[in-house]
Design a protein around this ligand. Structure first.
Ligand code: GLP
Length: 256
């Protein structure tokens, strides 16, 4: 059994530089395996990544025609065309700008009549695709990954989740700045779904993530900080800008 040596941390001079490096890593992975299965996040952080990826595509540097994607999560009770949905986010920021066929874009359906069945369908689709090769993650300020919120227990597989007030506040921008309009529940890949990816990259930028990142890298494993479990995975990269990495020791800070 491979022993996890802990996440590899790289600090870039800016959020743009981190996003560009990750876009190049994805392009290289697709060049090596055109049928790459990619796990994708939403949030403010990956906006720059998707911009860089779309730019690589526009310049003929990456062909995503055979790539399959799985998004981490979706709000419950709102449809794909709803302004605040992650479907809409992905269409706006990535899917309408690159050439991944719609049939290869997998997202949880927030209006599925039986949410639990939708979660099971998603797990089966990931398995049928051969598992996720590269899972990109963002980080909630409370340490959540996907919508795996801090709790006394974490869910293993794709599941229905009640969002914390903090998470609803940080997603308010998608709902006209009004946290009260953010759905109370969501569907999310579980911890084992995420940890089952062959490689994981956590992208975190900005000062608001610095204390969380310090605990994710150096702290104990705790369900109160779901991202801390990434320490157990054997192939994790943590890509940061200076602001998100400011609480890490000088030895961990690198990259031009
Ligand atoms: C949402 C998503 C997470 C994401 C987080 C961070 O809650 N469900 O997957 O990582 O936002 O968002 P941001 O990048 O805006 O800080």
């Amino acid at each position: 059994m491979a022993v996890a040596r802990g996440p590899r941390v790289t600090v870039y001079p800016s959020d743009r530089a981190a996003a560009r490096a990750l876009a190049h890593r994805i392009a290289d992975a697709v060049a090596a395996n055109p049928e790459l299965v990619l796990g994708l996040p939403t949030g403010r952080t990956p906006v720059a990544l998707y911009h860089e990826l779309a730019s690589l595509h526009a310049h003929g540097r990456v062909d995503l025609a055979r790539v399959t994607t799985f998004n981490l999560d979706e709000f419950l009770g709102i449809g794909p065309s709803d302004e605040g949905s992650y479907h809409r986010f992905m269409a706006n920021h990535l899917f309408r700008r690159v050439n991944i066929p719609t049939s290869q874009q997998n997202m949880l359906n927030g209006t599925a009549p039986v949410p639990e069945r939708e979660c099971a369908r998603f797990e089966e689709a990931i398995a049928a695709a051969g598992g996720i090769d590269l899972q990109v993650l963002g980080l909630g300020t409370n340490g959540h990954i996907g919508f795996n919120e801090p709790a006394s227990e974490l869910q293993s597989r794709t599941h229905r989740v009640t969002l914390t007030p903090e998470t609803r506040r940080s997603n308010a921008a998608l709902f006209g700045g009004n946290a009260a309009r953010v759905p109370l529940e969501a569907l999310s890949m579980g911890m084992a779904t995420i940890m089952g990816a062959r490689a994981i990259v956590l992208l975190a930028t900005g000062k608001s993530k610095a204390s969380c990142i310090e605990r994710v890298i150096n702290g104990p494993l705790t369900t109160k900080l779901p991202a801390s479990f990434l320490q157990l995975h054997h192939d994790v990269d943590v890509m940061l800008d200076e602001a998100a990495g400011e609480r890490l020791g000088a030895g961990l800070r690198s990259e031009t």
